[in-house]
Design a protein around this ligand. Structure first.
Ligand SMILES: Cc1ncc(COP(=O)(O)O)c(C=O)c1O
Length: 396
């Protein structure tokens, strides 16, 4: 049957990253490819204790079906943390628990997008968002990122020329570029968006992972009513629990809840109860401080290795948090070719073109520093530098 699949699958592609992860899983390679948290910091015993406790104390309930919105005490905890950390006053009814923030993207796309609707994404943009949204056949408008956030001039042009339904952004330690929107850029962006009906999706799985500089306000503090916030426990507790959330105004939440019901009834209730118990018994602050310090050290190690080994003409970002450094090779150099050469040295990364919906980024790449120790970072960067030199000056 030539047309067995729905049209919507035609432009939705396999994630290049998940393919790399499959290849590298059982080989002795140094991988800067995945966006994986460092498993050394998973609180395995504390999660085991929390699981044992909820099963012993409330086993029959925690194994039962539950509400679509999610466990209320967990939603209250999230609302309280928004208030404490960001000064955002959010009602727990404006929070819906999801299977990671990735499901948040899927539900938002389902609720808001008709085929052909315009969606602004950052250039480069988060691959998982490109994938989740692509299924609903939007027309992407990629708007370039600068060192301090999106290019607001080009953003304004895009908004003036098109009726834009959604704008997906990662303002803190962006995946893949590692950049953070400055305070001025956030204010400017909010001023622009006030004039349009475009819904801003502020995807923030990394916000708590700041190891340098000062915390900056969420865009939803400037644009109440027009922002959907996505959060996640993946980077602060563990991604295998698959828990995240959507924080949206109540009128939007009604529809999002219907979409969630249709999709999976509710997120894993046992997982929600374990996370809540874990949070009650351990808090979150200390653990976050530990991860931040470790990732800060890993970032420093990667930057000093890069400074030591990479050819001078290669540029890179210096993230203040999160998990990624973005590298730009000189114009015309191919990161895909570099990827092939690096494979021969048992080191992998993600070629930047995976994060573009157009043909851009061929001379860029993403490096993850959170999932390698300092020895692997130094060794991996050294190997990468060796093949970079081969690529950039093949005759030497
Ligand atoms: C920007 C961004 N959004 C969403 C996600 C999805 O995370 P999760 O579904 O684990 O919460 C990721 C994961 O890497 C991400 O980088």
């Amino acid at each position: 049957m030539s047309n067995m699949f729905a049209n919507r699958m035609a432009n939705t592609h396999k994630s290049f990253i998940r393919e790399i992860l499959k290849v590298t899983a059982d080989r002795k390679v140094i991988s800067f490819a995945g966006g994986l948290p460092n498993p050394q910091f998973f609180a395995v015993q504390e999660v085991a204790d929390a699981a044992a406790k909820v099963l012993a104390e409330d086993g029959e309930n925690v194994l039962q079906y539950s509400t679509t919105e999610g466990y209320l005490p967990l939603r209250e905890y999230i609302a309280e943390r928004y208030s404490e950390k960001k000064g955002l006053e959010v009602d727990p009814d404006e929070i819906l628990i999801t299977n990671g923030s990735q499901q948040g993207l899927d539900l938002i796309a389902k609720v808001f997008l008709n085929a052909g609707d315009r969606v602004i994404i950052e250039r480069p943009g988060y691959l998982g968002a490109i994938q989740a949204l692509s299924i609903f056949e939007p027309r992407f408008i990629p708007v370039p990122l600068q060192q301090d956030g999106i290019d607001t001039g080009l953003l304004k042009d895009a908004l003036d020329l098109n009726e834009v339904k959604l704008f997906h952004t990662v303002v803190n330690f962006q995946n893949p570029s590692g950049i953070t929107y400055s305070r001025e850029k956030r204010l400017e962006l909010a001023e622009i968006l006030k004039r349009y009906e475009t819904i801003l999706v502020e995807d923030d799985p990394y916000g708590e992972l700041r190891f340098a500089g000062e915390d900056l306000p969420s865009l939803s503090s400037y644009l109440p009513g027009n922002v959907i916030l996505l959060g996640s426990f993946s980077k602060v507790i563990a991604p295998g629990l698959r828990l995240g959330w959507i924080c949206a105004p109540e009128d939007m939440m009604e529809k999002i809840t219907v979409a969630k019901q249709a999709s999976d009834l509710h997120s894993n209730y046992l997982s929600q109860r374990i996370v809540y118990q874990y949070l009650c018994d351990n808090g979150i602050g200390e653990h976050i401080v530990k991860i931040r310090k470790a990732y800060g050290r890993q970032r420093d190690a990667m930057i000093s290795s890069i400074e030591k080994h990479f050819p001078e003409e290669v540029e890179f970002t210096r993230p203040e948090g999160g998990m990624f450094i973005w590298v730009t090779l000189p114009e015309g150099a191919s990161a895909l070719r570099l990827f092939d050469l690096a494979g021969g040295e048992d080191v992998v990364f993600v070629p930047g073109s995976a994060f573009y919906v157009d043909d851009g980024g061929t001379n860029t790449l993403r490096l993850n520093f959170s999932n390698s120790n300092e020895y692997e970072i130094e060794e991996g960067i050294k190997r990468l530098a060796k093949v970079m030199k081969k690529l950039l000056a093949p005759d030497k």
